[in-house]
Design a protein around this ligand. Structure first.
Ligand code: RIB
Length: 313
């Protein structure tokens, strides 16, 4: 059956430039290969991923009363995302992200102007819970108190909470997430939250133990980029290897990975199968440019999985 996911998170318009190289401090480089405006925002990327995977995606966020908001809402509508709980901010503009993508590595640098995302209120979130979700998904690109309110409402209603720990801050109070089904930081976020770089099996395990001691969670899944992911269930761990693809742009890969992981897990309850599925979703995402433009559909993930099977034969 189709599961309903409530995404309580951010929406941005991304201003993206592809560059030959990132300038040093104080340096001007006239080497941009081009620019574009692409719908993004961690929450929106994940909501789009849920929708493209076939979930019933409900998006709770806040946007300005401006042209960017109109463009973003139009896209969400076309992608069958439920937009009833997108609040409008009459003063602050829609969030904007400046993204620089280095051509050779596909690595990005992102600066976010949060705008209306910063004004998402507890009331807006409480209202969104009227959609009766099967799962709630949060990231940290909205105010902490909004994240904690979503966590509290989820716990009170007995709804599983999925947490993509981006963007992370050292002083983020993980314990206020109360009860988490899956907590998933990437390498950088893991380092910020635990002080441990997940560069070896031993360090991944140490970091997971530290995270699991900060907040009650069923699974910690570390996103390790091309290395795949590290799954910890409070007792045992598994390493689920990633896939070699031509990395064109890593933007949104983490948002897509965690959405795919959460959705597959919610559907079947098998964390390792969900991790394999999410690794494919993330791999497809990095092989394409942009945020919303790079998110795969369920059919594309199935096709990739089939190709992997064929190669093994
Ligand atoms: O995770 C990628 C996203 O981070 C971008 O789309 C940008 O908007 C920022 O939120």
């Amino acid at each position: 059956m189709k599961k309903r996911i409530l995404v309580v998170s951010s929406a941005n318009m991304d201003f993206v430039q592809r560059v030959v190289r990132i300038p040093d401090g104080g340096e001007t480089v006239v080497e941009s290969l081009g620019y574009s405006y692409i719908p993004g925002g961690k929450g929106a990327n994940s909501a789009l991923a849920f929708a493209r995977l076939g979930a019933d995606a409900v998006f709770c966020t806040k946007m300005g009363k401006d042209e960017n908001a109109r463009r973003l809402k139009k896209l969400y509508g076309e992608e069958n995302i439920d937009t009833r709980f997108i609040a409008e901010d009459r003063e602050a503009p829609t969030g904007l992200a400046s993204i620089i993508v280095e051509e050779e590595s596909g690595q990005n640098r992102i600066i976010v102007y949060p705008g209306a995302n910063n004004n998402l209120l507890e009331n807006d979130i409480e209202e969104a819970f009227n959609c009766y979700p099967d799962g709630v998904f949060v990231q940290f690109e909205i105010p902490d108190k909004a994240v904690f309110a979503a966590a509290r409402f989820a716990k009170e209603r007995g709804i599983p909470l999925f947490v993509d720990a981006g963007p992370a801050r050292e002083d983020f109070q993980l314990e206020k997430l109360l009860q988490v089904e899956i907590l998933s930081p990437n390498e950088k976020e893991c380092e910020i939250l635990t002080g441990i770089t997940p560069d070896s099996v031993e360090n991944c395990l140490k970091a997971c133990i530290r995270l699991a001691s900060s907040v009650s969670c069923k699974y910690v899944v570390l996103k390790l980029g091309r290395r795949g992911c590290f799954v910890y269930d409070g007792k045992y761990y598994n390493i689920v290897p990633g896939h070699k693809v031509n990395a064109v742009d890593t933007t949104a890969a983490g948002d897509v990975f965690t959405a795919a992981l959460s959705y597959a897990y919610l559907q079947k309850g098998d964390i390792l199968e969900a991790a394999r599925f999410a690794n494919i979703a993330g791999a497809i995402c990095v092989s394409r440019e942009g945020a919303s433009t790079s998110i795969p559909t369920l059919a594309e993930i199935k096709e990739f999985a089939q190709e992997l099977k064929n190669k093994k034969r």
